[in-house]
Each structure stands twice: as C-alpha cells, then as structure tokens.
Design a protein around this ligand. Structure first.
Ligand SMILES: [Zn+2]
Ligand SMILES: [Zn+2]
Length: 100
C-alpha cells in the first residue's frame, strides 16, 4: 500500500509534501545552504547549514535538533524552489569568505 501524503499548496495545487527547516522557509534573501537528508528518499527533508551543524553535534535527530530546525511542511515543488535558492554553488567546506 502506497500511503502518499499530500498537501494543498496555494501555488502548486495538490501535490506530495516535503519538509524543510523553518529558516529556509522564512529567509528569502541570502542563501543559507541546503542539506538534503538522504536517509529516506521517499520522504523529502532538507535543512540549512546551521541545522546541519546542530545535527552533527547531536549525531541524531534529537529533540534539540528538531526544536532548532523548526520544521515547516511545504509541497515538493516549493521544496525544489527553496533548494535551488539556498543551495550553494561551491562545496560546503569552502574557506573563501571574502566578506567582512
Ligand atoms: Zn535551518
Ligand atoms: Zn508549492
């Protein structure tokens, strides 16, 4: 049985849902980075680099991590848009910070 969960998106209609951290949803300016959780390919989840930092500290999806991420549910198309906006071109470990 395929239990697909759908969301009624104001922009994209009734499509499958995905989850992203609240930071990615609220921030439409500077890219925050985008980490995709590949543990569950059927369940799209993404979070920003700040969330990844907490995740690496906690080494699991602990209550602290979940509280920090402040997950929001979006549709898969919105998810792709958010991913495209926040994803960096370069590698995450880039040391070239020219600002400041
Ligand atoms: Zn985040
Ligand atoms: Zn949407």
């Amino acid at each position: 049985m395929n239990e697909e969960i759908e969301i009624d998106c104001p922009q994209h209609g009734r499509v499958a849902l995905a989850t992203v951290c609240g930071h990615l949803v609220r921030n439409h300016g500077v890219p925050l980075g985008f980490i995709e959780n590949s543990d569950e390919p059927d369940d799209k989840q993404g979070w920003c680099y700040a969330c990844e930092f907490v995740y690496l500290q906690e080494e699991d999806k602990t209550d602290r991590f979940i509280a920090f991420t402040d997950y929001a549910v979006v549709c898969v198309h919105c998810y792709d848009q958010i991913k495209a906006h926040h994803q960096f071109d370069g590698p995450m470990t880039s040391a070239g910070e020219s600002e400041g």
